[in-house]
Write a new protein. Structure first.
Length: 708
């Protein structure tokens, strides 16, 4: 017998209603209005607003017969589903965004007339999207990669997009090489792998033939490319821009974002494991932080300089493969960015947001950096491809939040065509907007007299000196990580010629680094150093601002401890630990043999966030083992528990433990008194001591004793 399928309707709270034009309507979660069904629930409609009677069965002849074309509801539903995807970004496809605001510290009127920098304490709405570059939308978060750090500030003079990265330099000096760079790093075209990885022949082939990328290579082989969280990374505008004040005087400017919680990265072995355990590690982190009210914050700093400084500086300020070290030109704090609200809908906001380098308000102007000039074309062009219509500025996330008026009209999805007869200017009716030479955007009238040609400036020719400066500015631990990263990546190249060409470049950066990598790759002898267009300098002083470890946080705030518990454990100890962490602004997550939780010795229930198999220690900044003797005994038999401890130790994390956990430590191959990173919570050390030690984030000295 034929049957009509109708799912059960769960009971909901008493709905809110509104009466509009004598019709009583239901108010939805987001304030949207619904027609009311007989049961008092919102009515499901078609996109045309027609009420739907049956959304479980397509229209067909009989119960077992063919479906009918006449079923407009079915056809509309499937048609729309078929078109749900828009092209992912060619680069930076995987990203995650949040709303917030930018707060100006003090007037910068002497440098710029940009309205956003005029009034101390003024808050301007902002949206930020963080991203990886190489991977597709569904790739994992902890790829070794540059992170995008794109900020849209909705100023009273239009949107200002500072489309930056978490690394202050770039691979190439001319935008015309961008497609080659990106083709080389993306999956190889015949085999379509590897996904979201630079460790393959094509990438290193291109890089080894592109000496200008060497400075950037030092950064992407450093731990900067495997950040612990978006919240703990810096952001950089990369290019030199111009500030223009009311008198149109120009000052060069570079923009930097400094995370309030300090810098932090993970180690490579950890990154690989995080990708398996939680491919959404970074997005989850941002979501959790914002939702729990721990709003991530960055300070905007600017390096401002004039033409004289630019002329005297050792490198060309238009060259995007160079930095101006902070010790040479200290950045000035000018405001702060706070992220305090997650999007209501990922697609509508984070996916459809369209950043464009050419979005600058009056008072901010471009320099002639050839990469920036090329980007100013690309970002508009790519939005048309991705969003499908020149009216992408009509989408709420992209629309300015200040009044705007122009005569652009029509096109796909036009949602705000102006009313009235006049759609041009000048017009004799006095209708519509007119240009304003005083408030409007003015370009710096730079005079340039030079031949039209395809040229690269001589002043861009030094590709090694700052790469070396970056390397010597790192701590010994960080230098070791760079050597390990280069070795790993090059070990994945099948063509030995590529490895050799890269070691030849490294010889121009640091001989010790080159020798280490060559040795680990199994070279019999070192190649000749690569030809350098300009003799590399070794007199650039180390810049401590370039080290992550030297710029760690002042406290353990914003970090997370994973506590492995078992039945019969000391509940009071657990509470002391939680309280000590809360005082620091850090959090604790309980990991138990069962996700249902555990029962402390005094009978109290301990709710768990994770079961041990789903929460390896790589997901935490530090760990604690609060177990009973019996619990420890049981856990020693579980590989996941042994790995929890062994990995935390290998990744140089601080480990607190109750005395009963000793057998578990032993089974994981960790000596309880191996170093000061192991803290016995029942032998003089308090939960507070553990938290204090955790401020160092990692016990890096251990790394030289442990071979990862
Ligand atoms: Fe981009 N870049 N890029 N880029 N870029 C894009 O624009 C491009 C460069 C950066 O979260 C695309 O909307 C060229 C440097 C970020 O939506 C595209 C060149 C820096 C994002 C594009 C560069 C960046 C993008 C793809 C060489 C750091 C993500 C999707 C001249 C300062 C923004 C899109 C978001 C995205 C082109 C180099 C940062 C294709 C041609 C240098 C953070 O237009």
């Amino acid at each position: 017998m034929a049957r009509k399928t109708k799912p059960a309707t769960p009971k909901t709270a008493t709905p809110k209603t509104a009466t509009i034009h004598d019709q009583t309507l239901l108010l939805g979660q987001g304030g949207e209005l619904h027609q009311i069904a007989a049961e008092g629930t919102p009515v499901l409609t078609t996109a045309q607003g027609g009420p739907v009677a049956d959304d479980q069965n397509a229209l067909r002849i009989g119960a077992r017969g063919p479906s009918l074309l006449e079923d407009f509801h079915f056809r509309e539903k499937i048609f729309h589903f078929d078109h749900e995807r828009i092209p992912e970004r060619v680069v930076h496809a995987r990203g995650y965004g949040a709303h917030g605001y930018f707060e100006t510290y003090e007037s910068l009127a002497r440098y710029t007339r940009a309205d956003v920098f005029q009034r101390a304490g003024e808050k301007t709405p902002a949206f930020v999207r963080f991203s990886t570059v190489a991977g597709s939308k569904g790739s994992f978060d902890l790829a070794r990669d540059v992170r995008g750090f794109a900020v849209k500030i909705y100023t009273k003079e239009g949107n200002w997009d500072l489309v930056g990265n978490n690394i202050p330099v770039f691979f190439i000096q001319d935008a015309i090489k961008f497609p080659d760079l990106i083709h080389s790093v993306k999956p190889e075209p015949d085999r379509a792998f590897p996904q979201a990885q630079s460790a393959h022949d094509n990438f290193w082939d291109f890089i080894s033939l592109t000496p200008e990328s060497m400075h950037m290579i030092m950064w992407v082989m450093s731990d900067r490319a495997i950040p612990r969280s978006f919240r703990f990374m810096e952001g950089f505008g990369v290019h030199t821009f111009r500030f223009l004040n009311e008198s149109d005087d120009s000052t060069f400017v570079k923009f930097l974002w400094k995370p309030k919680l300090g810098l932090q990265s993970v180690v490579w072995n950890e990154a690989v494991k995080i990708n398996g355990a939680d491919p959404d590690f970074h997005r989850r982190d941002l979501w959790d932080a914002v939702q729990s009210g721990n709003f991530p914050e960055w300070e905007l700093r600017v390096q401002v300089f004039d033409q004289d400084f630019a002329d005297q500086f050792a490198f060309d300020v238009l060259d995007p493969t160079k930095i101006i070290p902070e010790e040479v030109l200290p950045p000035i704090p000018v405001g702060r960015l706070v992220l305090d609200r997650m999007p209501d809908n990922f697609f509508a906001e984070t996916e459809q947001v369209a950043f464009m380098t050419q979005n600058v308000p009056p008072g901010i102007d471009f320099s002639n950096d050839p990469l920036l000039q090329g980007r100013n074309f690309s970002y508009l062009d790519t939005q048309l491809k991705r969003l499908g219509s020149p009216n992408f500025t009509h989408l709420p996330i992209n629309a300015p939040k200040c009044p705007f008026a122009h005569f652009q009209q029509d096109g796909h999805m036009a949602m705000r065509n102006p009313a009235g007869r006049t759609n041009y200017q000048p017009n004799s009716r006095g209708d519509g907007p007119r240009e304003d030479p005083v408030r409007g955007f003015r370009t710096f009238p730079e005079e340039i007299a030079a031949p039209k040609a395809r040229l690269r400036a001589e002043s861009f020719a030094d590709h090694y000196s700052q790469a070396r400066q970056f390397f010597v500015s790192q701590t010994v631990t960080e230098q070791k990580h760079i050597a390990m990263a280069l070795t790993f990546e090059l070990s994945k190249c099948e063509d030995p010629v590529i490895r050799e060409r890269m070691v030849a470049h490294l010889l121009n950066i640091d001989e010790g680094l080159a020798a280490t990598v060559a040795d680990k790759l199994g070279f019999d002898e070192l190649p000749q150093p690569a030809d350098a267009a300009v003799e590399p300098r070794d007199d650039l002083p180390p810049s401590p601002a370039l080290s992550i470890i030297e710029n760690g946080p002042p406290s353990f705030a914003g970090r997370k401890v994973g506590v492995l518990v078992s039945d019969g454990c000391d509940g009071a100890l657990l509470q002391r630990l939680e309280a000590a962490l809360a005082r620091e602004g850090a959090t604790m997550e309980v990991v138990a043999p069962k996700v249902g939780g555990a029962e402390a010795a005094d009978g109290t229930k301990i709710p768990a966030k994770h079961m041990i198999d789903g929460a390896p220690s790589v997901l935490f900044d530090a760990v604690a083992l609060v177990v009973s003797e019996e619990g420890a005994e049981r856990l020693t038999g579980e590989a996941a528990a042994r790995d929890f401890v062994a990995d935390a130790f290998a990744h140089c994390k601080f480990i607190a433990f109750s005395a009963a956990a000793l057998p578990l430590l032993a089974k994981a191959g960790v000596e309880a008194d191996a170093d000061e990173g192991l803290i016995d919570l029942e032998d003089g050390a308090s939960a507070g001591t553990f938290v204090e030690r955790c401020r160092a984030l990692r016990l890096w000295a251990r790394e030289f004793a442990v071979k990862l």
